[in-house]
Design a protein around this ligand. Structure first.
Ligand code: PLP
Length: 354
């Protein structure tokens, strides 16, 4: 018997976990290789003694610490169970059936899926030939049904960023009542200079419809605990609070995030090493003939076209797990020299066989 499950969910893809095996070098999920700092581990262990209690649903301490650090008020911050949940919740509070959610493509896979889950329509605007969000084309695609716009900057999976002037020009074209989510999951890996440099929190002063999304999963190394945050107008924060799944940011996550903010200098120092490795790996790959855009993240994108699936399969067979997007390209996380060299050795072998 067929159960009454929404038929429009039938053609949503079923989640397929990435392949891995003991001893594999994991370069598929943009994680950091190092475990938590001793101070963060201690905070987690401490919090573990209280897991018989519900977490603080107001996330008071973490909200206060973030507000202090970012120079915003507490009513401008919403914490979520990973910023992926905040992406979903932004869609829930802005869009319903028949509404449009606009973003570039290829980009973060959550955007189209979460849009379809609420019955709204994803409007996906192809990246430019440089694999950057095409903000002119996106502005032209805004309609009176547009309810939410995602700009993934830097973009997952291409690693690219838009020019700051283009971003401001775009924001001026967006109707002021339409929410724009600037997804800065890789913010701590940005080394923006010249025409790319911008400050999202400053931009919010001119554009109150701008929501900034960041996470503790990437540079802060807490992917397994699930905690991210939005900085937004209090109207948005209030609405996000209404759809927040109660207690979904667990107590270990809250304590670990507070301890991570206290250790921010040490954690962020690690990003310099990743950035240096990113530049080295990019140069080496280009030297081997790969097309690799400049990345402002902890991963690089290899344009591989129809070779992508085979490339990734052989890479896994060589012990290095990467993230393929069939017929398009592969995303490879940058970690430390040893792991990156293992990937480069495979890439060198592949390049020399053609
Ligand atoms: C990793 C990532 C996120 C969020 O990750 P969480 O672990 O859910 O905080 C959000 N957006 C992009 C583009 C990402 O790559």
């Amino acid at each position: 018997m067929t159960l009454h499950i929404r038929p429009d969910l039938d053609d949503l893809p079923t989640y397929v976990p990435g392949k891995t095996f003991p001893g594999a070098i994991k370069l598929a999920s943009n994680e950091v290789t190092e475990g938590p700092l001793p101070s963060v581990r201690a905070a987690i262990v401490d919090a573990a003694t209280n897991v018989n209690r519900y977490p603080d649903n107001g996330m008071v301490e973490l909200t206060a610490e973030l507000a202090k650090k970012l120079g915003v008020t507490e009513d401008e911050i919403q914490i979520g169970c990973g910023s992926v949940t905040l992406c979903q919740n932004l869609i829930s509070i802005t869009a319903g059936i028949g509404d449009e959610v606009l973003f570039g493509w290829r980009s973060f896979e959550t955007y189209p899926l979460a849009t379809r889950i609420v019955g709204a329509t994803p409007v996906q605007i192809p990246l430019t030939s440089d694999l950057v969000y095409d903000l002119d084309a996106m502005a032209a695609a805004i309609t009176d049904r547009t309810r939410l716009i995602f700009i993934c900057n830097a973009n997952n999976p291409t690693g690219t960023v838009v020019d700051a002037d283009d971003l401001v020009t775009f924001l001026r074209k967006v109707p002021p009542q339409v929410v724009v989510a600037l997804d800065e999951a890789y913010f701590e890996y940005n080394r923006l200079a010249g025409r790319q440099a911008y400050d999202a929190l400053e931009l919010r002063k001119e554009f109150p419809n701008l929501v900034v999304l960041r996470t503790f999963s990437k540079a802060y190394g807490l992917a397994g605990l699930r905690v991210g945050y939005a900085v937004a107008d209090p109207q948005v924060v209030t609405a996000l609070g209404k759809v927040h799944v109660p207690f979904s940011v667990n107590s270990l996550a809250q304590s670990a995030a507070v301890a991570s903010l206290a250790a921010a200098d040490e954690l962020l120092a690690r990003t310099d090493a990743v950035v240096a490795e990113r530049d080295r790996v990019t140069a080496d790959l280009r030297g081997l003939g790969y097309r690799v855009p400049d990345s402002q993240t902890n991963f690089v994108w290899l344009e591989l076209g129809d070779d992508t699936t085979e490339f990734a399969a052989q890479c896994v067979a060589a012990g290095v797990v990467i993230r393929p997007f069939a017929n398009d390209g592969a995303r490879v996380t940058i970690t430390n020299q040893t792991e990156n060299d293992a990937f480069l050795a495979f890439a060198r072998g592949w390049a020399s066989k053609d």
